[in-house]
Design a binder for this molecule. Structure first.
Ligand SMILES: *Cc1c(COP(=O)(O)O)cnc(C)c1O
Length: 445
C-alpha cells in the first residue's frame, strides 16, 4: 500500500490544484509517520500541530474572521465534560439509554434559555451545526422537487442555502431572490412578482455578510401573501439578535430562525432552530430527531447554557462593543484609503465590515497577504460584483478581537497595519511583529 511505503496518501485526488499541492506538501512533512504510525509518534505529531496552531492563531494572531469566536472562560470550563464522548438519544424520560438522568437538566435548561434569548417559544438545540439545522427546516417544510428562494451568493447567501449544499441533498430547486444592491437587501419592489412566478415553498434570508438589517416585516408580508414560509438564518448575527441588537427576526415576522452557536453567539459549535409556532416547532424538531440525528453530543449543551446566560446577563454590552468596534475599524480603514462598503450609511449596523478588494488583486489575494502578517480573515463576494467574478471583498468580524480586549486605539493600529501591508507594500514580517505586539499589549492591559 502506498500509505506504508512513504509516498503520498490517497487524500482527495479530486480536490483543486491548490489543495492537491498543499496536501502533497503536508504529506511530505509527515513522511516518517507513514512508515511508523505508532500511537506515541502520532500523538506527538498532533500535539505539535495543535501547539503551533495555538501559538500562531490564538496567541499571536489578530483574528478578524467573522465565522469564529472564543468561548468565555466559564463556558470553556463547562465544556470539559467527558459526556461529549458518550451517546445520548431521545427526550428526557424517553431515552434509548439509561443512567443519563442528570443530563436531563441540561436538556431542559439549555433550549429554554436559548428560546428566551431569541424571543421564541421553542428552540431545538440538538443539531450539530447550522447547516444541519437548515437541512432540518428544508426536510420539515419542503418535498423533493419544491422550490426555495435564497439570497444570491454574492449577497452572502450561504452554501447551506444553495443547491451545492443541503438544499441539493433534499432535491430542491433553488432560485436567487431579487436583490437591491443599494439597499443591501432583497428587492422589495420586485419581490411579489418574483414569488408569483417562482412559487417557492420557503424563502431564506440572513447572510454570511450582513451589514444592515433585512426589512423583515415587508419581506414577510410578500412571502406569506405568496403562501411561503420565511426562514431567517442568523448564523452570523445570533450574538447580536440574542442581545436584542441589530434586529429581532421572529418578532418582525420570520416564521423560523436558525443559527450557528459558535460565531457571534460565542458558544460551542452547534446549530439552533427557533420558532414561536408550535406546529413548525414540532415539524422541525422531529426532522432533527429522529430525522437527521440519532445520538447527539449532550456535553455541548453545558457551555451553550453558560454562554446563553452570559448574553442574558450582560445587558447587551458585548454586542454593543462588537458593533462599536466594527464602526471604529471601518472608519479607520476608510480613512486609510480602503474602499469600505456602506460608507454612506455609517459602514455597518452589525459587527461585520466589508472592504472591496478589487483594486488590491481581489479578496483571496488580499486575504493571503494579510495571513502572512498574522491577520486572519476571509474573502467574500460583494453584491455589486459581476456574475462569475471571483470574490472581490474582504469580510471582517469584530466578535473575537473584542473578546481579546482590543480597544479603539488597537483597532486603529490594526487598520494602519492593514494599509501598510495592502496599500503601502510593507514587508509582512515587519507587520507581523507589530501584530504580535498589539496582542501582547492587549493581554497585559
Ligand atoms: C456559517 C453559516 C452557516 C453554517 O453554519 P455551521 O454551523 O458551520 O454549519 C449557515 N448559514 C450561514 C448564513 C452562515 O454564515
Amino acid at each position: 500500500m502506498e500509505q506504508q511505503d512513504g509516498t503520498v496518501p490517497h487524500i482527495a485526488p479530486w480536490a483543486s490544484p491548490d489543495a492537491r499541492a498543499r496536501i502533497t506538501e503536508v504529506a511530505a512533512g509527515l513522511a516518517g509517520l507513514w512508515r511508523d504510525p505508532s500511537p506515541g509518534r502520532v500523538a506527538q505529531a498532533v500535539r505539535e500541530a495543535l501547539d503551533e496552531h495555538a501559538r500562531q492563531f490564538d496567541d499571536q494572531g489578530i483574528v478578524l474572521y467573522a465565522g469564529t469566536n472564543v468561548m468565555s472562560e466559564a463556558a470553556r470550563r463547562a465544556a470539559g465534560a467527558t459526556v461529549s464522548g458518550r451517546p445520548s438519544m431521545g427526550w428526557p424520560g424517553d431515552k434509548y439509554q439509561s443512567g443519563l438522568d442528570h443530563l436531563d437538566r441540561l436538556e431542559v435548561l439549555t433550549p429554554a434559555l436559548v428560546a428566551r434569548l431569541v424571543g421564541a417559544r421553542f428552540a431545538e438545540v440538538r443539531s450539530h451545526s447550522a447547516t444541519m439545522a437548515n437541512l432540518a427546516v428544508y426536510t420539515a417544510l419542503t418535498s423533493p422537487g419544491d422550490t426555495i428562494a435564497v439570497l444570491p451568493e454574492r449577497a452572502g447567501g450561504h452554501t447551506s442555502h444553495h443547491a451545492v449544499g443541503v438544499p441539493g441533498v433534499r432535491g430542491l430547486r433553488v432560485v436567487d431572490l431579487p436583490y437591491d444592491v443599494d439597499a443591501y437587501d432583497v428587492d422589495l419592489a420586485a419581490l411579489p412578482g418574483f414569488l408569483e412566478r417562482e412559487r417557492p415553498r420557503l424563502v431564506v434570508i440572513g447572510a454570511s455578510l450582513l451589514l444592515f438589517p433585512h426589512r423583515v416585516a415587508a419581506i414577510r408580508e410578500a412571502t406569506s401573501a405568496a403562501g411561503a414560509h420565511l426562514l431567517y438564518d442568523a448564523s452570523h448575527m445570533a450574538g447580536l439578535v440574542a442581545a436584542g441588537r441589530f434586529q429581532r427576526p421572529l418578532a418582525e415576522g420570520a416564521d423560523l430562525l436558525t443559527f450557528s452557536t459558535y460565531k457571534s453567539f460565542g458558544g460551542p459549535p452547534g446549530g439552533v432552530i427557533a420558532t414561536d409556532d408550535p406546529e413548525l416547532a414540532e415539524r422541525t424538531s422531529t426532522a432533527v430527531f429522529p430525522g437527521l440525528t440519532a445520538n447527539y453530543d449532550a456535553g455541548r449543551l453545558a457551555p451553550l447554557a453558560v454562554t446563553a446566560a452570559e448574553i442574558m446577563g450582560d445587558g447587551g454590552a458585548y454586542a454593543d462593543r462588537c458593533i462599536a468596534a466594527a464602526r471604529t475599524l471601518a472608519a479607520a480603514l476608510h480613512e486609510e484609503g480602503f474602499a469600505v462598503a456602506g460608507a454612506d450609511r455609517g459602514f455597518t449596523d452589525s459587527h461585520h465590515v466589508a472592504v472591496d478588494a478589487a483594486a488590491l488583486g481581489g479578496g483571496r489575494a488580499a486575504m493571503a497577504r494579510l495571513a502572512e502578517a498574522g491577520v486572519y480573515l476571509s474573502a467574500i463576494g460583494l453584491p455589486w460584483q459581476a456574475p462569475g467574478e471571483p470574490d472581490r471583498g474582504l469580510r471582517i468580524g469584530t466578535q473575537e478581537v473584542v473578546r481579546r480586549g482590543l480597544g479603539d486605539a488597537e483597532l486603529r493600529q490594526v487598520a494602519a497595519l492593514m494599509a501598510d501591508l495592502l496599500l503601502r507594500d510593507a514587508d509582512p514580517r515587519t507587520v507581523r511583529k507589530a501584530v504580535r505586539r498589539i496582542r501582547e499589549e492587549a493581554r497585559s492591559a
